[in-house]
Design a binder for this molecule. Sequence first.
Ligand code: DLL
Length: 454
Amino acid sequence: MTEHDTRPARPGAGLGRPRRLGSAPDPDLLDPMEQVSRDMLEEHQLHRLKQTLRHAYDHQDFYRRKCEAAGVAPEDLRELGDLARFPFTTKQDLRAAYPFGAFAVPMDRVVRVHASSGTTGHSTVVGYTRGDIDIWSDLVARCIRASGGRPGDKVHVAYGYGLFTGGLGAHYGAERLGCVTIPVSGGQTTRQVRLIRDLRPQTIMVTPSYLLTIADEFRAQGVDPRSTSLRTAILGAEPWTEDMREEIEETFDLHAVDIYGLSEVMGPGVANECVETKDGLHVFEDHFLPEIVEPVDGTPLPDGRSGELVFTSLTKEALPIVRYRTRDLSRLLPGTARPAFRRMAKVTGRSDDMVVLRGVNLFPGQVEEQVLRIGALAPHFQLVLRRPRRLDELTVRVEHRPEATADARAAAGGLLTAALREHIGVGADVEVVAPGTLERSVGKIRRIVDERTG
Ligand code: DLL
């Protein structure tokens, strides 16, 4: 690093904890909108929100019909709080409009489509005008910079390229920031490792679960992952916990920073953590208005309360989206490193990934926390659901670390069962299996294996 280099230092480098965090970027590096006052931001939001509602109402049939049924029209919005009177948009609305029915511009203005990674039924197709791609690129550039990346850095993109928004979204943002963009996509893990060793990127953009797969491959090749050139990992597209952050930072000696987004709202770059605080993700509120609602009945909840995230786009042209129900669970907090933008707490899970076991609600992230607190266990686990006799049963299948002693391995299962009971209140069987037994992720990981029948 040179004297003028504003990139954050590596976190550990033998310093031990507490981790030395990077410093805030030079204000000259920030977008003007990242530095405005909250009042000025809200003025912008109101102006843009009025435009978005008008655009959606005039050009999105399904949304106009919903507004008519609810008895509201764009002119009813006078202040930001009036948004709560407008109907939600749901995944079902977008599915019913498949493939292009939700587009609000003529097809000759659409320059790109992506599709959501829907696990059930039709996926949803989303579209972008040239202007949308431009703003998306700016926002992902903002994310990389907030994570510690700087123009001239090499960025290894291991999110999948294709209909998934991860690869191309990251790619355009890295180019926009002026980085040397390495478009690797997901998979071919041996090659990922070779490219990291040979091209020496400073930044990697990848799902946290796939980064663990890459770490295994480094070790398999006899290379310590801490010895690589990587100093920043921009991780998202799936939930991951603070314990996982610690695991990954320790494994690679880098800063692990959270990036959030979803295709229906844009793709990656709706919110991102700032490396100097790593305290939740600043929502880019000049382009997206976040709300938290009660997941069952949709009642708006105040900042600080946990519930389902809802987003309204403020500048999108091809697919404006009003009050989109994400099913992601989080809460809104005041801004820190970017004071005007509120933060969203790390997503704890999706309401569709919630397992209800004898009345107790459980998310894979809660199991992840407990697994990672037991030294002998590796961060590779699955939740297997079965229904042997009318009642659901959960088995946590988890790998032990290769270096764990026989005694530690023997004790680990019991420790995890006890921790799950004590901290989450569920009774689960634990099967400790050998390293490399469980399926590895090359993108978004599947944590829940549902073997229930009937
Ligand atoms: O996953 C966009 C993305 C790509 C985000 C790369 C970040 C990095 P979809 O395939 O539409 O888009 O899936 C969106 O993924 O509703 C969340 O459930 C989950 N998700 C995305 N980012 C995070 C995150 C992309 N940082 C769905 N933490 C969202 C937790 C996340 N969950």
